[in-house]
Ligand binder design. Structure first.
Ligand SMILES: O=C(O)[C@@H](CO)OP(=O)(O)O
Ligand SMILES: [Mn+2]
Ligand SMILES: [Mn+2]
Length: 549
């Protein structure tokens, strides 16, 4: 790969370039719903007026998703920011692999099906049960079940992970209704036995990430594999009982359930079965994959693992080669900006707290967990608690370390992620979201101060929106949905809004000014950072949103 060329017009600032990713902080459209606006943000307000300010795209095709109705998310967002180009992402690639039949012609699908057909065993599907298109899509699940039936699979067991985080917060029964009908149809001729076996809320079981809380995987393993847990006759009954016991509970937090039939669990995972984890996104797939693949595991009391054929929807980590078997090849994200900067000898520092640590390292580097030579990574341990109770999260500690890194003079490029706007946005607790955004603003203010002293430059942006759009809208009227007290009905998902892209150069050496880049998106941030560091960006990167020199 070619080396970055020095920029003749500007050789970089004296201090570092700091890329601040304010996770889930977009630019809202509805004042009542926009908790970035509602929060008190003196620093972001000042920057909007006085720094180079742009609004850029962070959703849909601008980040490699199938269409502009798809909200952005952290994976595609950090991939785009880190690699400077737009790749077709998991959601699109899996859809294509199904439509073209290539998934079903592949060796892994063939092996999974042959395994259960030869042993008369069960084909299991575990994954996120919605059409959010962030981690998974229920359409993919249904297409695979149809194909399984066509290929003679007699017994399928589905383990739905309930969403409410990429889709409305208490919408699961809509998916249950749809899926019950689907199952009724597929089982109608009596030739197959396909049913739901276990499940639970995605923030309660199975889908932990970045080693934040392995007890989630433990609970998932017990439900899916050992079929241990509270028994119900159906998924619908489980949800209704849980809701009755804890009114107001969000779908994502629902406890685990196990379905029984004639007094016995209907689908434990046992020797000889095949298992497909049908999420295409990696962060929340890696731990459960490890539980199925590793011979020994110390993170929880797994016990002996059943002898099954396990496959993921995609390869989740390109460096580790995990999982061993997967149905669809991920986008070939290469030549990331970290690699270019490393080759140019630019020292880099990446930091976040646990919840987003992998975002600013593994996602940023194109879904690879390996470090380039000049990189230093730092993780601040996240609390394990509901984030609405601690919305400042570790913003202060992350900022402390960033300020130290700026003052040290060690690094030329520093990147960080503040999770608050997103992690607290997902809780739907708007008072806490306001505090979360204010914590991010305070951190940005301290970084600005440090950069003033060091003569560095800040690029401040986001990977997608969330806290800028906290209220559900009525699909038909487009009006805000209000409850009986006139309060808005909280929305927990990401938004479709653009995000800010701010360039702050207190010393003014770069002479940064807006470049004319129609339709710019967050992929343009890589070239922007490289330009501000004093290099010419690679020719095929989407262009910088500022001109310098
Ligand atoms: O929590 C997550 O897994 C997603 C939402 O599904 O959020 P983000 O993309 O911001 O990580
Ligand atoms: Mn995010
Ligand atoms: Mn999020």
């Amino acid at each position: 790969m070619e080396q970055l060329k020095k920029n003749e017009a500007f050789s970089g600032p004296e201090g570092p370039v700091v890329l601040v990713i304010m996770d889930g902080v977009g630019i809202g459209k509805n004042p009542e719903s926009d908790y970035v606006k509602i929060a008190n943000t003196p620093n972001l307000d000042w920057l909007r007026e006085h720094a180079v300010y742009n609004e850029i795209r962070a959703h849909g095709v601008a980040v490699g998703l199938p269409d502009d109705g798809d909200m952005g998310n952290s994976e595609v967002g950090h991939n785009a920011i880190g690699c400077g180009r737009v790749f077709e992402q998991g959601a699109a690639l899996v859809g294509q692999a199904i439509a073209s039949n290539s998934m079903f012609e592949g060796a892994v699908w063939t092996e999974l099906v042959a395994n259960v057909n030869s042993k008369n065993s069960a084909l299991h599907f575990i994954g996120l049960f919605s059409d959010g298109n962030v981690h998974s899509n229920i359409n993919h699940l249904e297409a695979m079940l149809n194909k399984a039936k066509a290929e003679g699979v007699k017994k399928a067991r589905i383990h739905p992970l309930i969403d409410g985080r990429d889709v409305p917060p208490t919408s699961v029964l809509e998916y249950v209704e749809r899926f019950d009908k689907f199952l009724e149809g597929i089982n109608a001729d009596g030739s197959v036995d396909y049913c739901v076996a276990s499940g639970g809320g995605r923030m309660n079981i199975t889908m932990d990430r970045y080693d934040a809380d392995w007890s989630m995987v433990d609970r998932g393993w017990k439900a899916h594999v050992k079929a241990e847990g509270r028994n119900f006759a159906s998924m619908r009954e489980a949800i209704e009982v849980f809701r009755g016991e804890k009114p107001g509970i969000l779908d994502q937090d629902l406890p685990a359930f196990v379905i029984e039939r004639d007094g016995a669990p209907v689908g434990p995972i046992v020797d000889g079965d095949s298992v497909i984890f049908f999420n295409f996104r990696g962060d929340r797939s890696l731990e459960i994959t490890k539980a199925f693949e590793a011979d020994e595991i110390t993170e929880f009391e797994r016990g002996p693992k059943p002898d099954v054929l396990y496959a993921g929807m995609m390869q989740y980590d390109g460096d580790l080669g995990v999982p061993e078997k997967y149905l669809v090849t991920p986008p070939a994200i290469d030549r990331t900006m970290s690699e270019y900067l490393s080759n140019a000898g630019v020292k880099q520092f990446a930091i976040s707290e646990t919840q987003k640590f992998g975002h600013v390292t593994y996602f940023f580097n194109g879904n690879n967990s390996g470090k380039f030579e000049t990189e230093t990574w730092m993780e601040i341990p996240s609390d394990v608690c509901p984030f609405e109770n601690a919305p400042v999260m570790k913003a202060v500690e992350v900022t402390d370390e960033v300020v130290k890194a700026i003052e040290s003079g060690e690094y030329k490029f520093i990147r960080l992620n503040y999770p608050n706007g997103d992690m607290v946005g997902h809780t739907g607790v708007v008072e806490a979201v306001k505090v979360a955004v204010e914590a991010v603003d305070a951190g940005v203010g301290r970084i600005m101060e440090a950069l003033k002293k060091a003569n560095g430059i800040m690029v401040c942006s986001a990977d997608h929106g969330n806290s800028d759009d906290m209220c559900e809208l009525d699909k038909k009227t487009g009006e805000l949905k209000l409850d009986d007290e006139g309060k808005c009905k909280p929305k927990t998902a990401h938004s479709l809004n653009p995000v800010p892209a701010i360039v702050y150069d207190p010393a003014g050496t770069s002479k940064a000014r807006k470049a004319d880049v129609p339709g710019a998106g967050i992929a343009n941030l890589a070239a922007t950072c490289i330009t501000l560091l004093g290099y010419e960006p690679p020719a095929d990167y989407t262009p910088s949103i500022v001109e310098v020199g």
